[in-house]
Design a protein around this ligand. Structure first.
Ligand code: PLP
Ligand code: LYS
Length: 463
C-alpha cells in the first residue's frame, strides 16, 4: 500500500465549531458492533475482516469500490424477523432495499415472503424461485403490462394504490378469467419522524388512498363490488428509518377503525392487516434501533388491543422490513485516492466511488460512519469529509467523521450499513460502473452481482 506524504490536516480542535460536533472517539480503530455486520472484526494484523476474509484480500480479488455482504448476518436477521412474528403473521422482505437472485434464495430458504414494486423486481423474484403466492406487488403507478404479468404469474396479492388502479386490476383479472387477491393501501395521516422524502403516511403525498374524507371507505365499496377482486386486507406504510412505534400505534388505530367501519357497513371482517416496513437501523453509534422481537411484540399488542376495543377478530398481521434486514449486513469498501487538507476547515478525503454507489447522503442528508479498514493506526484523529469522484460538490459519502491523521492514498476505507438503498439506488452518473456485490461467508467470497463494465454501458448506447 503506498504511503505518499501529504500536509498534515487541521487538528479537529482547530476546526470544530464549539458544541457542533461530538469529540472524536477514544479509539479510532474500534468497530462499533451497532453499525457493523455480525462477523466483522479486525484480525491479528489489524485488518478488518468479514465472514473470515480480510478486506485487503477482498480488494485485491474484487477491486474497489465494492459492497460486501455478510451472508450469515443476512440470514440471521431474516430468521429473527420470521421467528419474532411467528406462524400467525407474514414477513415480506422489501426487495427495493436490495434484490438479487441470491438474496431471493436466502429469503426463500429462511421462510420469508417478498414485496416487489416493479416488473424487474418481480422477474428477479420469480427467476430465483420465490413462489408467486408469497409475493406482494406494490407501486403507485403499475403499468398494465406489470399488472398483467403479476396476475398471470399468480402473485399472492396486489396492493391497490389509487381509484384508477382498482378498475385496472379488476378489468385485467376478469379478462384473464381470475379473481386477484388485493389489499388497499391507505394513508392514515401520520407524520412519521423521519426525512420528508421517506415519510409516506401524511396526506400530502403520492402513495395510497387517504382515510380522510371517506376516500378509503369509498375505495373499499368499489373493490367489494368488482368480481375480479378479492379484498383480503388493508395496507399502511408510514415511512422509513423510523425508531419508535408510536407512529405504528396511530396507524394501527386508524386502520382498525376502517376495518370496523367495513364490518358495520358491509358485514365483512377483512382477514389481514399490513403495517408496512420502515424500521430504522444504526448508521452511527447514536442510533438505537429496536430488536425484531420487541417490534413484533409491540405491533401485535397494538393490533390486538385495537381489535378487541372494536370487537373485531384480530386479523393476520404482515410487515415489510427491507432496511432492517439487509441494511446492517453490508459495507462499502473504497480506496483513498487523494487527501486535501483545507486550513481551518476540514480535510477532504476522496475515494474511488461516491454518489453513484451511495446517493443517500446527498438525497436525505443521511449520516454514515467510516473506518480505516486496511490497517490500524495510533495517529491523532483528524476531522474529515469523505467525498466521491463525481463532478458534483454535493458528492459526499460521509459528511463528518474522524480518521487517523496518517491516512494516505491507497488506504482502504469501509463505510458500514450500506446494505439497503445503496446498490439498489446506484446510478451510472459520469458513466460510473456500478460496483459489485460480493457475499462473504465462512471464509469464502463470491460475487452475487458483478461489477459493470464499459461494454455494459456501451451496449445501451446504440446511436
Ligand atoms: C410499501 C413499502 N413497504 C416496505 C418498505 C420498506 O421500507 P424499509 O426498507 O424502510 O423497511 C417501503 C419503503 O419505504 C415501502 O414503500
Ligand atoms: N430509499 C429510501 C427509503 C424509501 C424506501 C421505499 N419507500 C432510503 O434510502 O432511505
Amino acid at each position: 500500500m503506498s504511503r505518499s506524504a501529504h500536509p498534515a490536516g487541521p487538528r479537529y480542535a482547530d476546526v470544530l465549531p464549539e458544541g457542533h460536533y461530538s469529540a472524536p472517539p477514544t479509539d479510532l480503530n474500534a468497530l462499533d458492533a451497532k453499525v457493523w455486520a455480525q462477523t466483522v472484526c479486525r484480525n491479528a494484523d489489524g485488518i478488518v475482516t468479514v465472514g473470515g476474509v480480510d478486506v485487503r484480500t477482498l480488494a485485491e480479488r474484487f477491486g474497489t469500490p465494492a459492497y460486501f455482504i455478510d451472508e450469515a448476518d443476512f440470514r440471521a436477521r431474516a430468521r429473527a424477523w420470521r421467528t419474532a412474528f411467528g406462524p400467525d403473521a407474514d414477513v415480506f422482505y422489501a426487495g427495493k432495499a436490495f434484490l438479487s437472485r441470491a438474496v431471493v434464495r436466502w429469503l426463500h430458504e429462511e421462510g420469508l415472503n417478498l414485496d416487489v414494486c416493479s416488473g424487474g423486481e418481480l422477474t428477479t423474484a420469480l427467476l430465483a424461485g420465490m413462489p408467486a403466492d408469497r409475493i406482494a406487488f406494490h407501486g403507485n403507478n403499475k403499468s398494465t403490462e406489470e399488472i398483467t404479468r403479476a396476475i398471470e404469474s399468480g402473485v399472492g396479492r396486489i396492493v391497490l394504490d389509487s381509484f384508477q388502479e382498482i378498475v385496472r386490476v379488476a378489468h385485467i383479472a376478469s379478462s384473464l378469467g381470475t379473481r386477484q387477491r388485493v389489499q388497499i393501501r391507505v394513508t392514515v395521516g401520520v407524520e412519521a419522524h423521519t426525512h420528508e422524502f421517506i415519510a409516506t403516511a401524511h396526506e400530502d403525498q403520492k402513495f395510497g388512498i387517504p382515510l380522510a374524507d371517506g376516500q378509503a371507505a369509498e375505495a373499499v365499496r368499489r373493490v367489494l363490488r368488482l368480481d375480479g377482486l378479492e379484498l383480503i386486507g388493508i395496507h399502511s406504510h408510514i415511512g422509513s428509518q423510523i425508531f419508535d412505534t408510536s407512529g405504528f400505534e396511530v396507524a394501527a388505530h386508524r386502520v382498525v377503525g376502517l376495518l370496523k367501519d367495513i364490518r358495520d357497513e358491509h358485514g365483512v371482517e377483512l382477514p389481514e392487516i399490513d403495517l408496512g416496513g420502515g424500521l430504522g437501523i444504526a448508521y452511527t453509534g447514536d442510533d438505537d434501533p429496536r430488536e425484531p422481537h420487541e417490534i413484533a411484540k409491540a405491533l401485535t399488542e397494538i393490533v390486538s388491543r385495537e381489535c378487541e376495543a372494536a370487537r373485531l377478530r384480530t386479523p393476520r398481521i404482515s410487515v415489510e422490513p427491507g432496511r432492517a434486514i439487509v441494511g446492517p449486513t453490508a459495507f462499502t469498501l473504497y480506496e483513498v485516492g487523494t487527501i486535501k487538507p483545507l486550513e481551518r476547515l476540514r480535510t477532504y478525503v476522496s475515494v474511488d466511488g461516491g454518489m453513484s454507489d451511495n446517493i443517500r447522503t446527498a438525497l436525505y442528508d443521511a449520516e454514515y460512519s467510516v473506518a480505516l479498514a486496511s490497517r490500524t493506526s495510533d495517529a491523532e484523529p483528524m476531522l474529515v469529509r469523505i467525498v466521491g469522484k463525481h463532478c458534483e460538490s454535493g458528492d459526499i459519502v460521509v459528511r463528518d467523521a474522524f480518521l487517523p491523521s496518517d491516512l494516505a492514498p491507497g488506504d482502504l476505507l469501509a463505510v458500514p450499513a450500506t446494505g439497503a438503498y445503496c446498490r439498489s439506488m446506484a446510478s451510472n452518473y459520469n458513466h460510473a460502473l456500478r460496483p459489485p456485490v460480493v457475499a462473504v461467508s465462512d471464509g469464502e467470497a463470491r460475487v452475487i452481482v458483478r461489477r459493470e463494465t464499459e461494454e455494459d454501458l456501451l451496449r445501451l448506447d446504440v446511436g
